[in-house]
Design a protein around this ligand. Sequence first.
Ligand code: MN
Ligand code: MN
Length: 456
Amino acid sequence: MKTVWEKLNNVETKALFDFNEGYKKYLDAGKTERECVTAAIQLAKKAGFKDFNAMKSKKCKAGDKVYFVNKEKSICLYVIGTEPLENGLNVLGAHIDSPRIDLKQNPIYESDGLVLFETHYYGGVKKYQWVAQPMALHGVVCKKDGTVITVAIGEKETDPVVGISDLLIHLAGDQLSKTGSKVVEGEDLNLLVGSIPDGKAKDDKVKSNILKLLKDQYNIEEDDFISAELEIVPAGKARDYGLDRSMVMGYGHDDRVCAYTSLMAILEMKKPKRTSCCILVDKEEVGSQGNTGMQSRFFENTIAELLDATSTFTDLKLRRTFSNSKMLSSDVSAGFDPNYPSVYEKKNTAYLGMGLCLNKYTGSRGKGGCNDANPEFIAEIRQVFDTAKVQFQTSELGKVDQGGGGTIAYILANLNMEVIDAGVAVQNMHAPYEVVSKADVYEAYRGYKAFLEKIK
Ligand code: MN
Ligand code: MN
């Protein structure tokens, strides 16, 4: 099989590189789920989408473009089709949370002349990868009076960065004899944020100086950390990767690469037959629970609203809408890595540059916990992709019994939709900096668009 690169003419290759410039901007704008939602709204508004909840008349007709935001951390976008909703939707669903390090509720303390923040990591991380790196602090601090202070420190050239220390090699004899999962332990991921003492303070002089700075510059007091959501993420921008600029290295490809490509696909929909839907959701990396995760009733509620807005809501119509819907669970897959060939089975693995990747099933140890897509549905997708000349590959996440993973696929499948995982292959998944092929990013976007337009 040829790579995507070999199939493209000059015009297509230029479009591929241009598309990835937009993707890099989205990655830079969205380092947290909240920022991803904000960036998505900006792009959606430009494309003519309206906030459903802000609309005076709650009536929709074919060709209308609307979105619903849930608690600033997830969003569902729709382009209303000419067919009734209960004939089913074509759905793209990606997650916009990524592995990172969160602050605890009582984070700040002084130790031996330094001020640090206590943290709790979020998602599956190899902790030793997250130390000795320039980190940025993103999130919100909510005050008792209702004001919300938005924080993003560490991204501008002139900003300071923060970080977590690692032990110097000269003193790391004991550390390096530990197993990988213990080399850096969770309670040792303390973030260094300051070292200048406040001369006037009695004790905890350095902490007192940092608290003064937080009050002066951000109007944040120590108590306010109790109602804050602050995330420590790698500082800096996504970059071209490889001497030929064929790849992108950046934080949070999992799963913002599928979020952006899904979003771009729906933003270009005009008046489809079947209603188009794009879900960008939080909390996938910790199991999709909670009111901003895929398991929340939020998505279901938006469909109920749309049934009401396009005809009349009944519970039966709602159930028919779900049962007749088809979905690409747009999430990343593991890209084959020649440095670690032993964990992959080469005939059933995704390769960088080979196109959009279909994972029939995920799960682990005998497909445990998987959504196993129906072959009738896969055949329909093959037909659509081949007609639209979208290059795709199929894979599973590593060798049998080597590991495994999950996505949001099973949650939508529980509503009786047809669902398959379809996304972009990633190297270094869950590391501070992940890698994707620009060719796969572009092919994912083309595949998602074909799915929204052509699936019946
Ligand atoms: Mn993912
Ligand atoms: Mn993940």
